[in-house]
Design a protein around this ligand. Structure first.
Ligand SMILES: [Zn+2]
Length: 343
């Protein structure tokens, strides 16, 4: 695993609608190896590796869940709205970055336990219970921050045993896999378009734009999936397990992957000795949906990276799974044209 690249991707901030720092990293990595590198009006980017065959669109989203400042309150405290699905209890005691005129370190403030009523202790936390404290006087805050500025989570990527853990592995792990796969690509018949999509966490908006422009015959989304493999999960609740290999998506709430795509990915994994597992995810959605619904419809599936604690600041993946996903995406890019020819 190219740990340095994954660290740089995770360290970058990219709340929905403000993904430019992440896109710049993608540009640095892929523009030198691409035949063409273009950006779109929403801020997404596509690296093309030209081929004579069918158009294959890879999609990995560049954004991460974050917040948008709605109000600056008396005392200089910020109220925020969420961009993407947060579990409010995970906001307690978090450091955040407020992307105002400068990047400012802040904390998610809330009432201390000493002052909570019994009723407040019993009820689940709500996003509205929190505010961002920048530790600055109101006047200074108003100079540096305005409504609409984004707020992202602050946490470094670190090794935890055999795993890597930090913020925004959803979906920098997927971007990492796409970048490494594109850089390693050998002979390919497909006309490959590798898209770093934006605003996935607020409804797969960037993927729609990328897919409308590329009009792919084939698609492959690359995103994390749930590894519900902790001690409290019953066997039938385990979507995937970390360390068991690349997850081949079969189903989520946004897309049913055609059997031919699943079978092709499984055959590739078995032929090339790539560890894999099948992913049937009872909830959630990915860019896979927009790839499938593009134009007249595309043959599209997804390769997913198993991740624990998704949408928290301690998301965790196994480096071996990342390597397996890179191998599988490379294999798919080199062979996907058969899915069109067979069809
Ligand atoms: Zn994601």
């Amino acid at each position: 695993m190219n740990r340095d690249l994954l660290k740089r991707l995770c360290a970058a901030s990219g709340a929905p609608g403000k993904e430019s720092d992440v896109i710049q990293l993608v540009r640095d990595e892929l523009e030198p190896v691409a035949d063409e590198f273009v950006t779109d009006p929403l801020g997404g980017a596509v690296a093309r590796l030209a081929g004579d065959g069918p158009r294959l669109l890879l999609a990995a989203h560049a954004d991460e869940i974050g917040f948008i400042v709605s109000h600056i309150e008396e005392g200089g405290f910020l109220r925020v709205l969420t961009l993407g699905g947060f579990d409010p209890k995970t906001l307690t005691a978090q450091r955040v970055l407020v992307h105002g005129r400068d990047d400012l370190l802040g904390v998610m403030g809330a009432k201390p336990v000493h002052l909570m009523t019994d009723e407040e202790k019993r009820r689940p936390a709500k996003v509205e219970d929190f505010y961002v404290d920048l530790g600055l006087p109101e006047e200074r805050v108003r100079e540096l921050v305005r409504p609409g500025d984004r707020v992202t989570r602050e946490r470094s990527l670190d090794d935890i045993g055999d795993l890597v853990s930090g913020k925004s592995l959803d979906n920098r792990a997927g971007l990492y896999v796409m970048i490494e796969a594109v850089k390693r690509l050998g002979e390919h018949a497909c006309d490959i378009h590798a898209a770093a999509t934006v605003q996935e966490e607020v409804g797969m908006r960037g993927a729609r734009v990328a897919a409308s422009r590329v009009r792919p015959h084939l698609g492959l989304a690359i995103d994390i999936t749930l590894a519900n493999d902790g001690p409290d999960a019953k066997p039938h609740q385990r979507v995937t397990s970390v360390g068991d290999g690349a997850a081949i998506k079969v189903f989520d709430r946004s897309a049913i992957v055609p059997t031919a795509v699943v079978d092709h990915l499984v055959a590739l994994a078995e032929e090339r000795g790539i560890p894999y597992q099948l992913e049937v995810m009872p909830r959630g959605g990915t860019d896979t949906r927009e790839l499938q619904l593009a134009g007249d419809g595309a043959i599209a599936g997804a390769v997913s990276i198993p991740a624990r604690y998704v949408h928290q600041v301690v998301e965790a993946c196994h480096p071996d799974d990342l390597d397996a996903c890179v191998d599988l995406v490379v294999a798919f890019c080199e062979t996907a044209q058969v899915l069109v020819q067979d069809g």
